[in-house]
Design a protein around this ligand. Sequence first.
Ligand SMILES: [Zn+2]
Length: 336
Amino acid sequence: MKNDITAVSERLDRTVHCISVPTGLPVGAVNAYLIKQDGQAVLLDCGPNRKESETALIQGLRTQGVYHYGDLSALILTHGHVDHVGLAGKIQSEGVPVYSHPDVAYWVDAALQGDRYRMDFYQALYTLCDMPEHLQQKAMSEFLFLQQLNDQSVVNGSLIDGDRPDCLPTMNVVEVPGHAQAAIGLWEEATGTFFGGDQLIGRISSNALVEPELGAASGAQAKRTRSLLDYRNNLRRLLELPINVVLAGHGSPVEHPHDLIKQRLLDQERRRDKVWELVRTSPGESAWFYTAQYFPHRMDQPSLILSEILGFLDWLEADGAICSKTVDGVLRFFIE
Ligand SMILES: [Zn+2]
């Protein structure tokens, strides 16, 4: 017997095919979704710009009768991270329009120099957080490596909260700031299906990555986003949407996503308390100090772990549980 979602999908005359695209990155394969509806073939995310990835994408498209990128009606990007967008330039060069949150342009469009802006921001942030010099160098070289996997493209059309893309008339755009600030999901009310990008992944908790706020004179002068707080607000919003399944950017579909969302929110609170305990027992230290205490065995990913701990420190500060002060160029945290 067909399950409800399959039955409704057939009534909508809509099919979804997941193409697993290897990335060569620690996160593993990324999911690109080919959504066919009303004679249109829409690709949601595409994988990084590397040979093995493109071969897998092309093969996956061929099994579904899409023999050229030009046969696609549109490419929609959930967010600007390179594992999701790197091949967008190649696909676009065959006449396929690219749609995304407008600020994804700062990730994919070379003319906007978003990479430079982010690099200047992170360099200043690492110094402010007192990350050791050799780890700063490691983080920056990883940043440069990831940039090489991005074939630049242009955002042809914006998708923001509440939009209904012409190419996917049964779906609603839901903005999902958190893991990335410029991020969207697609929600299909009739089936309760949510294409969530990296907002909710079954096998790992998504990092709410700290980013520069846009609009400063340079990245070095940009304020950092409170991504974890945005992420939590957004997770709570998703709890109010009737969602049966999340088709995630990585890994298997997440059934009963509300259970997982509640678990993620609780896990975050538990980790926040652990960070508060670190500040309480060693006040006056830098963000990097607490990061190294919390993640002594994950020094191979300095930018990720710093972002994670900084998120909890900013949250504790927003709640008035701790305060911070910059002393000789280093941000230090104290118990209120
Ligand atoms: Zn991502």
